[in-house]
Write a protein that binds this ligand. Structure first.
Ligand code: GDP
Length: 359
């Protein structure tokens, strides 16, 4: 899936750069352009990708603190500059634009939904969001900001892929220490997902096509990505169990939203050396994902890749009804209102108006 990435805010810029570098290092060619947008000049200066400073008239390059309403206003006022920087970069080959942001802060939290809306107005390619949710231990302002940002982002983007900051860091690391590790994990895992279907070697019937990735991102839904890998044998027959166990691990302990397992649609990609990829194992693992997610629309396929390991990626769409999402939305509502509310029925969190849209 060929994409152009636009990172907003500090986390957005860093994750975008990590994704662009991973794609370049691996030679995949899935990332066709990368731009970082911020109202804080210092955050842009530490990046090596192209940048765009917004809100200079309002905050003079100093950022918006945690004020995501100001972040949204600034993006609205200066969206012309961002569009100018993107001019000519979203070529006909691009299959999607990804707006990337940490949802708990200010510039990315407020700016990402505005940018998603404006990009959707101008370009005919789908505009997706890659959002980072604050971990449980991040403060109430982060939770509140992320709740309103997410609600609005889901409305504006074609589909929203979420990574919880509690999901992909090593045990023992605090979230703060772990940002670089989390960003590297996002770059590798989301980078592999985008690149699956772009593979050229060993192309066969069972190879995943980028349309399968695109079709798994359902309109208006939230998705999560699972990942796990293990040492592989040279012989594909010996890897049948490995395909099954890595897929299970990706789904049960490796998802970007911990414990999100119910899905409307899913995609299983097994990556490894072409001759080591076990057809039977991939099909068996695909059926396991079907059983475990309760979805009848589980696509599956290979991603031929020069590696001694076998990796499983599981993209799950429709995870907004998972317990993890409900728990987060409850936390965000409480942080917004400062009071405890009774949990609603599953799936209610985006229908009720307890949490206001950002705009
Ligand atoms: P902004 O610059 O105002 O958009 O705010 P930030 O991007 O700094 O922060 C927003 C959220 O992203 C918070 O929940 C932070 O904990 C988180 N965050 C900040 N930097 C990083 C990062 O490099 N990686 C990850 N994964 N999260 C980050």
């Amino acid at each position: 899936m060929k994409v152009v990435l636009v990172g907003v805010g500090q986390a957005g810029g860093k994750v975008t750069q990590a994704l662009a570098e991973f794609d370049e290092r691996m030679g995949f060619g899935a990332v066709r352009g990368a731009l970082a947008v911020n109202s804080a000049k210092a955050d842009l200066q530490s990046l090596s990708i192209d940048t765009c400073l917004v809100g200079q008239a309002r905050v003079n390059g100093h950022g918006v603190g945690g004020d995501n309403e100001l972040g949204a206003e600034i993006m609205q006022e200066d969206v012309g500059e961002v569009m100018g920087k993107l001019d000519g970069r979203i070529t006909a080959e691009a299959e999607g634009i990804f707006v990337v942001a940490g949802l708990g802060g200010g510039t990315g939290s407020g700016g990402a939904p505005v940018l998603a809306r404006e990009l959707s107005r101008i370009y005919s390619v789908p505009v997706y969001a890659l959002g980072v949710l604050p971990g449980r231990d991040e403060g109430a302002l982060y939770q509140a900001n992320a709740g309103r940002s997410l609600k609005t982002l889901v409305r504006e983007a074609e589909s929203t892929l979420l990574v919880d900051n509690d999901a992909w860091h090593g045990s023992g690391d605090s979230v703060g220490d772990a940002f670089d590790a989390i960003n590297d994990a996002i770059a590798q895992r989301v980078g592999l997902l985008l690149a699956s279907g772009e593979a050229v070697d060993g192309v066969g019937e069972s190879v995943v096509d980028s349309s399968e990735v695109i079709n798994t991102f359902r309109e208006g839904e939230i998705s999560a990505l699972g990942y796990a890998s293990a040492a592989a044998s040279e012989d594909s027959a010996d890897n049948i169990n490995t395909a099954m166990s890595t897929a299970r691990q990706a789904l049960f302990t490796g998802t970007s939203l911990p414990d999100a397992r119910t899905a409307d649609a899913a995609l299983l990609v097994v990556a490894g050396k072409p001759e080591a990829l076990p057809r039977k194992g991939v099909e068996r693992a695909r059926r396991m994902v079907e059983d475990e997610t309760g979805s009848l629309q589980v696509r599956g396929g290979d991603f031929p890749l020069e590696s001694d390991r076998l990796a499983a990626l599981v993209l799950l769409s429709g995870v907004e009804r998972s317990e993890r999402m409900e728990e987060f939305m409850q936390r965000a509502k409480e942080a917004n209102s400062g009071e405890t509310e009774r949990p609603g029925a599953p799936g209610d969190q985006f229908q009720n108006d307890e949490l206001e849209d950002l705009f």
